[in-house]
Design a protein around this ligand. Structure first.
Ligand SMILES: C[S@@+](CC[C@H](N)C(=O)[O-])C[C@H]1O[C@@H](n2cnc3c(N)ncnc32)[C@H](O)[C@@H]1O
Length: 203
């Protein structure tokens, strides 16, 4: 059987099915802490077709939307319901992306798709590129997730390892979700998700 790599997945079906969900709790929590963007810089890592990006833009942040998927970026840039003046886009992988210091780094259901051997360097860059007081919001997947061991280029974490990743931050929100469900295209799977919102401490 051929290896199942998320890098080979066609995300178009995800973009069709998960289109404009209600604002995620992690995104709302970040806005609650930061307030309106007033043009401050933010990045949406693994933005897809912009489910979170649109809320970041409409809250007034200047957003660099980054993803490997040209199709996701194309759909995002064609949306009419956003502050297009505040949007720029970069087609890149998490570990090759180039981004500047920002006040908000979001990664909605995206970082789990970073290959595990690249994850630590990406997590470090996220911290280095966050301003003091800046927010990270997003999801990581837990080791009980049914894709663990089946998809070769993802990363999964125990609760202990997620807490260790949060060490140098103030924890604004930490929620572990587990249970049977379906993936975006309706196939059964077991979900193990950490929803986290972190604030970089001032030195
Ligand atoms: C589950 S989707 C989430 C998309 C969007 N953040 C959302 O919340 O709807 C995962 C996204 O991660 C992107 N992705 C996967 N591997 C990536 C990588 N190595 N670097 C950057 N983006 C990646 C995919 O193209 C896809 O758009």
């Amino acid at each position: 059987m051929s290896e199942n790599k998320s890098a080979d997945w066609d995300w178009s079906e995800y973009f069709d099915k998960i289109n404009d969900p209600p604002m995620r709790g992690t995104v709302q929590a970040a806005i609650d802490v930061l307030g309106l963007g007033q043009g401050r810089p933010a990045i949406d890592l693994g933005c897809g077709h912009g489910n979170d990006t649109v809320h970041m833009l409409n809250a007034g942040f200047e957003v660099l939307a980054m993803d490997t998927s040209a199709e996701g970026l194309r759909r995002l840039q064609n949306r009419a319901d956003l502050e297009a003046d505040l949007l720029s886009a970069q087609k890149a992988s998490f570990h090759t992306a180039d981004w500047k210091k920002n006040i908000w780094t979001n990664a909605g259901f995206a970082l789990p798709f970073c290959p595990s051997d690249k994850f630590d360097q990406v997590w470090q860059r996220i911290s280095e590129n966050l301003q003091d007081g800046g927010i990270f919001s997003g999801q990581l997947f837990g080791i009980e997730d049914s894709w663990n061991g089946k998809v070769s280029d993802m990363n999964f974490h125990s609760e202990e390892s997620v807490r260790a990743l949060c060490n140098s931050y103030g924890i604004m929100h930490f929620e572990e979700e587990k249970g049977d469900g379906k993936d975006a295209v309706g196939r059964p799977k077991y979900w193990h998700i950490f929803h986290i919102v972190l604030q970089k401490k001032s030195k």
